[in-house]
Design a protein around this ligand. Structure first.
Ligand code: GTP
Ligand code: SPV
Ligand code: MN
Length: 598
């Protein structure tokens, strides 16, 4: 029998479930986390002793730690991720599925004795404001102290969650074991009808922090459809004009495609008096308010962000936030106890220890930091955090922005004609894959609403839910598609991105107020260059036109690919989205035949 700290709860559902899981996993010890600072320091010291964490230089980076993962375990494993609804149709063509009973049996064999010699940490947490009626309680059982310390940053963890739960049975049951960290015995499995997640064989963020992608997106998308709200893979920001007008914007970008950077944007000098503040960088939950507007909250308490490419030009706020209190995973170590990554400020060091723990020398062909190396840091470290982040009611959304990595076709910004057209543009969005998931990088795939890895039910039904949400909104947000990643003939990005994206945000902001002009194209509204603030923009003549261009030949190809995508999703795709395709196809054909530049 395992030794256990006294359970700080009398909740019979919780106690009996922990007991049952412990009998299967057979840990030596059970430890109930309470969430205090004293506990954090103690578990951190234990993690250092066990070689799981390394303390970074306390002067250069106070209260910051370094973790190196197993090299076979550095990104989300979508091919090993399952949504086990009672029927396969409910899970749909974009999720892996196995009959739930069969999957529980398969996994039970992997969990049997997996925690022998280890501690099972009981990690109670809340996603959302503790006072919010919409917050969700989850309990994660894990044998990874790294996971515990990360959840403590990413969610409200410990006693606060048990207090909120009380004697209720309404909590997410998450079971996680790194087991042997064997990719052939790795599974991330969701049982939405049981509000249960079983993950085994990985210690990586999105596979192992079950509060994040597993609960706050996959399980929450499933519940939100039944309950009439939205759970989305989005950043959330507050934009303030010089005259003090405020708009809140939410934006869906696929993994490693710019959410964190956009949410922390610092406007260029010409935007005197404008201010962007952050509410979230990865997940939003949105509900319809009494005034018929869409209200959003960030259910997280921290940032789990991409490190490479972060520097004082691309993201100065992130640089300041990472000065302290940060867990770095899979970056490189300097000889003086600090961290380094590709794209950091300053000269490249002569010598480093790379993310695999090997000596690394300047000029090496391999990167020193893994391309998906990550930081974990509390929201409160962000020097430009929006005060409304703590408002349990959330913030009213004026515009939804979607954008992937597209070398061609998609203009810098495109405003939809209406909600259904916006849902179509988001639902057919494509993006070139990144290092945030295992598998090939740079391959174009459709990623509806940037949420394809995270929608825990049938995709066509999800589109229908989006359309119904629009129909229920008295004042729906406007919907925009953006593309920071279009390339020129020289293979370089035509748009400078980062802070300069403020030029696009300002146009969006002004469109929300009915102020900015636009040009109608066959596929949506775009700005003319004269509709954008161009002063001080560091690009060559013609670059902005190239970024904004809507090309009929490219769109013909694009729409052909959309048709295949909708066919792949099958009969649940709403009729009105198929009608959108028909309309766009006809409009693009007319433009092509007219031989005018659309
Ligand atoms: P997840 O945390 O994986 O969901 O990703 P994210 O959407 O928050 O991505 P993030 O903002 O961390 O950006 C990922 C990569 O895109 C980094 O390497 C950035 O430097 C790069 N990036 C972000 N914004 C821009 C941009 O405007 N232009 C260009 N060219 N690159 C960008
Ligand atoms: C993503 O892959 O979209 C992330 C990182 O935000 S993870 O939490 O690992 O999913
Ligand atoms: Mn993400």
């Amino acid at each position: 029998m395992a030794t256990a700290t006294l359970a700080p709860t009398q909740n019979p559902h919780l106690i009996s479930w922990v007991d049952e899981m412990a009998q299967m996993c057979k840990p030596d010890r059970i430890y109930w986390c309470e969430g205090s600072e004293e506990e954090r320091a103690r578990l951190t010291a234990e993690a250092i002793d066990a070689g799981v964490l390394l303390k970074l230089d306390g002067k250069k980076r106070p209260n910051s730690y370094y973790h190196r993962s197993n090299p076979n375990d550095v990104a989300r494993s979508e091919e090993l991720t399952f949504v086990c609804t009672p029927t396969e149709e409910e899970s749909g063509p974009t999720n892996n599925w196995v009959e739930p009973g069969e999957m529980y049996r398969r996994l039970a064999r992997l969990y049997d004795g997996a925690m022998r010699g280890r501690t099972m940490y009981v990690v109670p947490y809340i996603m959302g404001q503790p006072e919010s009626p919409f917050a969700k309680v989850g309990i994660e059982l894990t044998d990874s102290v790294y996971v515990v310390l990360n959840i403590r940053i990413m969610a409200r963890m410990g006693k606060v969650a048990l207090d909120r739960l009380g004697a209720s049975d309404d909590f997410n049951r998450g079971l996680h074991s790194v087991a042997d960290c064997d990719p052939t015995e790795r599974f991330i499995v969701h049982f939405p009808q049981d509000n249960t997640i079983w993950s085994v064989g990985s210690g990586y963020g999105g596979n192992a922090l079950l509060n994040k992608k597993c609960l706050a997106l996959r399980i929450s998308t499933y519940q939100s459809r039944q309950e009439g709200w939205l759970a989305e893979h989005m950043m959330l920001l507050e934009a303030t004009s010089p005259s003090g007008e405020v708009h809140y914007l939410a934006g869906g970008f696929p993994s490693a495609c710019g959410k964190t950077n956009l949410a922390m944007l610092i406007p260029p000098d010409v935007f005197t008096g404008w201010r962007i503040r952050t509410l979230g960088d990865d997940i939003v939950w949105m509900r319809i308010g009494e005034d018929g507007r869409l209200y959003a909250v960030n259910p997280e308490a921290g940032f789990f962000g991409v490190v490479p490419g972060t520097n004082s030009h691309t993201n100065p706020n992130a640089m300041r936030m990472l000065d302290r209190d940060t867990i770095f995973t899979n970056v490189a170590l300097t000889q003086d106890g600090d961290v380094w990554w590709e794209g950091k400020d300053g000269p490249v060091p002569e010598r480093l220890i790379d993310w695999k723990g090997r000596p690394w020398a300047k000029g090496s062909a391999e990167p020193a930091a893994h391309p998906n190396s990550r930081f974990t840091v509390p929201l409160s470290n962000n020097p430009a955090l929006a005060p409304a982040v703590n408002d349990p009611r959330g913030v009213p959304i004026s515009a939804l922005i979607f954008g992937g990595r597209r070398a061609t076709t998609i203009p810098l910004v495109l405003e939809s004609f209406n909600w259904a057209h916006g849902v179509y543009l988001a639902g057919t969005m494509g993006s070139e894959t990144t290092a945030a998931k295992t598998g090939a990088v740079g391959v174009l795939r459709r990623d509806p609403m940037a949420n394809i890895p995270f929608v825990g039910y049938d995709m066509g039904t999800y589109f229908g839910h989006w359309l119904e949400m629009g129909a229920r909104l008295a004042r729906p947000p406007r919907i925009f598609l953006v593309n920071w990643f279009r390339k020129g003939d020289d293979g370089k990005f035509v748009w400078p991105g980062y802070g300069e994206n403020m030029r696009v945000l300002k146009w969006i902001f002004d469109r929300c107020d009915g102020r900015a002009a636009a040009k109608e194209t066959p596929v949506g509204w775009t700005p003319r260059t004269s509709d954008l603030e161009m002063r001080g923009l560091p690009v060559q003549a013609g670059a902005v036109e190239a970024a904004l261009r809507v090309d009929a030949a490219e769109w013909r190809e694009e729409l052909r690919s959309h048709a295949e995508w909708l066919d792949h999703l099958g009969p649940t795709v709403p009729r009105s989205l198929r009608a959108q395709l028909e309309l766009l196809d006809a409009a693009v054909e007319t433009a092509a035949h007219a031989r005018i530049d659309p």
